[in-house]
Design a protein around this ligand. Structure first.
Ligand code: ATR
Length: 289
């Protein structure tokens, strides 16, 4: 635990709820390892009080905060400035306070790509991906892939109009073709069959009892399967993909890397990603370790 003094600088996370967040363990482990005079604090901020909270952080000289549900999109209208990623995604997960101003960034897209690179898997430039879901995480993933030069991204979501809206907003911003298909359609099976990458950004898989969202019969061993859900080290989707011979990527890497990028932006020091990962795994999977 950091020894708190009059010099200790504050970073943290805002959300409602925020008690479930494991980011404090992850960041404080990296802070402690580098013997930095910082502390990462969870702040429970209700939706109606977001603006007041941001003003309070400015007044209290808080350096920066991560943003989680339900504030990621809402916070955009309060920012003085935003990064290209945050603007394209339409959401900020990292705020930086400086000179009485608040700057919004989004490290999810970069975190998604870095976690993939860490596994030695290249972004399929010129290839295709299937993205399941059309919520906040899907927006970050689609932006990351579209900016990386994919040829085609196929989106399938339970609520189709949300996928259509995502396509409408993002299609004009890149040369990547974006198509929307139904979750239970033969077009989705065909897209999965030829995809270089399949990404699940929905919350399906958080519980071991969750039914699979899609039919995996058409999944080829040449497809990399990437799961954003991190509540268990191997979700049913990842287990089936592994058994089919696919390369698989679990959700913890993206969580670690989005955090590590935010840490560096606030503190100016590259944290030890392994330390962050171990702290997260201990917090998330205590029984399995
Ligand atoms: P996040 O920020 O983590 O992406 P979100 O914005 O609430 O969270 O998005 C959750 C995603 O999971 C959505 O794509 C949601 O589908 P809907 O748009 O139809 O709500 C998807 N999702 C959640 N529960 C689901 C379920 N039981 N079956 C299918 N999709 C589900």
């Amino acid at each position: 635990m950091t020894k708190i003094s009059g010099h200790t600088k504050i970073v943290g996370i805002i959300g409602d709820p925020v008690q479930h967040s494991r980011s404090p363990q992850m960041h404080n482990a990296a802070i402690a390892e580098r013997k930095l005079d910082y502390i990462y604090v969870p702040f429970h901020v209700r939706s109606g009080e977001l603006r007041e909270a941001i003003e309070g952080f400015k007044a209290l000289n808080v350096l920066g905060v991560n943003v989680t549900i339900p504030h990621k999109r809402a916070v955009m209208s309060i920012l003085d400035d935003a990064s290209r990623e945050a603007t394209l995604i339409g959401a900020a997960n990292t705020l930086i306070f400086c000179d009485g101003k608040v700057y919004g960034d989004n490290t999810d897209a970069q975190g998604f790509l870095q976690a993939m690179a860490e596994e030695g898997i290249d972004v399929p430039v010129g290839g295709s991906a299937v993205v399941l879901g059309a919520g906040g995480a899907a927006r970050a993933v689609v932006v990351a892939l579209a900016l990386s030069g994919l040829n085609l991204i196929t989106i399938a979501n339970r609520t189709e109009w949300k996928a259509n809206q995502l396509e409408k907003e993002l299609a004009p911003t890149s040369e990547t073709a974006i198509s929307v298909v139904d979750l239970a359609s033969s077009q989705l099976n065909a897209a999965i069959h030829s995809a270089d990458l399949l990404v699940n950004t929905t919350s399906v898989g958080m519980k071991d009892t969750d039914q699979l969202l899609i039919d995996l019969d058409s999944l080829s061993p040449d497809t990399t399967v990437y799961e954003i859900v991190y509540t268990s080290p191997e979700t049913p989707l990842l287990r089936i993909a592994r058994e089919k011979g696919c390369q698989t990527i679990g959700g913890i890497g993206m969580l670690v890397h989005q955090g590590a990028i935010a840490f560096e932006k606030w503190i100016g020091i590259v944290p030890n990603v392994e330390t962050m990962r171990i702290a997260l795994e201990q917090a998330l999977y205590p029984k399995e370790l």
